[in-house]
Design a protein around this ligand. Structure first.
Ligand SMILES: [Zn+2]
Length: 410
C-alpha cells in the first residue's frame, strides 16, 4: 500500500458525511459523552464494519479497531479524537480518525496485510468540553490521569463525572486499566489540523510536528498606593497599574527575542475607576516555548522585568504559579520520517512545535510518537469556520499514509 493507494477523496467525503450527521450550520456537536458523540462513533463503526472490522472500547472509553498484520504485536497506533467543543469545527480531531479509517481501508481493499498490526484509536474526551479536563482517554492510557482530582469534576448540570461516564460503560475508578493496552503498540502517529496560522503564512500544506511547547502560567500581583487622580502629583504616585502595563510590554519584547509566545490575557486594576490611581493590579501571564531552557529564561526575565518596574514606581510585586506543563519532544526518528513524508508528497519540509495540546502529547510519555499538521485557513479552529483547502487536505492525508507505510517497514 502506498500513499497513492489511500483514497483521500473518500476520506474527505467521510468527513463531510460526519459533519452532515453531527454538525452543520451551528458547527460540530460532538461533545464527549453526548448523543452527538455517540452518532459520530456509530458512523465510524459503520465505516469499519464495511471493512469487516469491529471496534471495542477500553476502560477509559477509548475506541480501538484492529487490522491484523504479519507481525501481530506490538502494532502501530493511528488515531485522534472524534469529540469536539460545542459548535466546533469539522476537522479538529475528525481528520485524524477518518484518515486512520482510510489507511485501514486502503489495506483491506488492496487485499494486502500490513507488516505490523494497525490499531485505530479514537481517544475519548480530548477536548474536555463537559468536565474541563482535556485529554481524558489518552491520559488514562498513558497512566497520567489524576483520579483523585478528576473524581471531583461535575458537568454544567452538576452531575458528577463518574455518573456520566457510567452511562458509557466507563467505571471512572477503573479508567487507568486502559494502560494495559500499552503493550499493543510500539508507536503512535496522529494527523491533525494545525489550528494556527503558521503553515498558511509560509505557504505550506503540511508539516512535521516536533513536539509540544511547554507552558508557564503565572498570576502577577502589583501593590502600590491608591490615590486621587486629580490631587496626587505624578512624581508622588505609586501606580500599580503602570507597573503591570509596563510588564505586559516587556513580556512581549522578551517573547519576541526568545522566539516563544507570551500573552497577558487578563489585566485588572483596583479600585478600577477613572478618578483613582490604581493601588492594586493583577495580570495573568502565559508563556510558551518549545525549549525548556528558553522557557525558563523567558519566565525569569518576565519576573525580573515585573520586579524592576514595581521597584521603580515604589510598588511591590509578587507572583503565583497558576499552572505549568513541561514541553514534550516527540520521537526524533519518527519526526524525521514525518518530515521526509512531507517532502515526498508536498515537496516542502518544515518541522514546528505544537502550541496546543493533543492526544499525541499524552501518548508521547509512554511511546514513540510523531504527528503531522495540515494547514488551517486563517488559523481558525474550535468554531464552525474552521477549514482547510481540499488540496491541502489531500496532501495531508497522503503524507500521513506515506508516513504509516514507511513506519511499518521500519
Ligand atoms: Zn483536536
Amino acid at each position: 500500500v502506498s500513499a497513492s493507494a489511500i483514497d483521500a477523496e473518500r476520506v474527505i467525503a467521510d468527513l463531510r458525511e460526519l459533519d452532515r450527521r453531527t454538525g452543520g450550520s451551528d458547527g460540530a456537536q460532538r461533545v464527549a459523552w453526548t448523543e452527538g458523540w455517540r452518532s459520530a462513533r456509530s458512523f465510524v463503526g459503520e465505516l469499519l464494519g464495511e471493512l469487516g472490522i469491529e471496534p471495542d472500547q477500553d476502560a477509559a472509553g477509548n475506541l480501538w479497531a484492529r487490522l491484523p498484520g504479519r507481525q501481530p504485536e506490538p502494532g502501530l497506533g493511528l488515531g485522534s479524537h472524534l469529540d469536539s467543543v460545542p459548535g466546533g469545527g469539522w476537522l479538529d480531531g475528525a481528520l485524524g480518525v477518518m484518515t486512520a479509517v482510510g489507511v485501514l481501508r486502503a489495506f483491506v481493499q488492496s487485499g494486502r496485510t500490513p507488516a505490523r498490526t494497525l490499531w485505530l484509536i479514537d481517544w475519548a474526551d480530548e477536548e474536555g468540553a463537559a468536565f474541563g479536563h482535556s485529554l481524558f482517554g489518552s491520559s488514562a492510557f498513558a497512566g497520567m490521569l489524576d483520579l483523585a482530582a478528576v473524581s471531583l469534576l461535575r458537568d454544567r448540570e452538576g452531575t458528577p463525572i463518574a455518573e456520566v461516564l457510567a452511562q458509557w460503560d466507563v467505571d471512572l475508578q477503573g479508567a487507568l486499566a486502559a494502560g494495559a493496552r500499552r503493550d499493543r503498540l510500539r508507536g503512535y502517529l496522529e494527523l491533525h489540523i494545525e489550528q494556527g496560522p503558521r503553515l498558511e503564512s509560509e505557504g505550506l500544506p503540511v508539516a512535521a510536528v516536533s513536539g509540544c511547547v511547554g507552558v508557564e502560567r503565572h498570576r502577577l500581583l502589583f501593590s502600590g498606593a491608591a490615590a486621587h487622580a486629580g490631587s496626587t502629583p505624578m512624581e508622588l504616585r505609586h501606580d500599580a497599574g503602570l507597573s503591570a502595563m509596563e510588564t505586559a510590554l516587556a513580556v512581549e519584547r522578551i517573547a519576541r527575542s526568545a522566539g516563544g509566545v507570551a500573552t497577558v490575557g487578563s489585566l485588572s486594576l483596583q479600585p478600577g475607576i477613572a478618578t483613582a490611581v490604581p493601588g492594586q493590579a493583577e495580570l495573568l501571564l502565559d508563556l510558551r516555548h518549545a525549549d525548556a531552557a528558553e522557557l525558563a529564561s523567558m519566565l525569569a526575565a518576565s519576573l525580573s522585568a515585573a520586579r524592576g518596574s514595581a521597584e521603580e514606581r515604589g510598588c511591590e510585586m509578587r507572583s503565583e504559579l497558576v499552572w505549568s506543563a513541561p514541553g514534550t519532544a516527540f520521537d526524533a526518528h519518527l519526526v524525521d520520517c514525518a518530515r521526509a513524508a512531507c517532502r515526498t508528497i508536498a515537496g516542502t519540509e518544515r518541522t514546528l512545535p505544537s502550541g496546543a495540546l493533543h492526544d499525541a502529547v499524552a501518548v508521547a510519555s509512554v511511546l514513540p510518537v510523531a504527528m503531522i499538521f495540515s494547514a488551517s485557513i486563517g488559523g481558525v479552529s474550535h468554531e464552525r469556520g474552521e477549514d482547510t483547502s481540499e488540496a491541502d487536505l489531500v496532501a495531508a492525508i497522503r503524507t500521513f499514509a506515506l508516513l504509516v507505510e514507511r513506519t511499518l517497514d521500519d
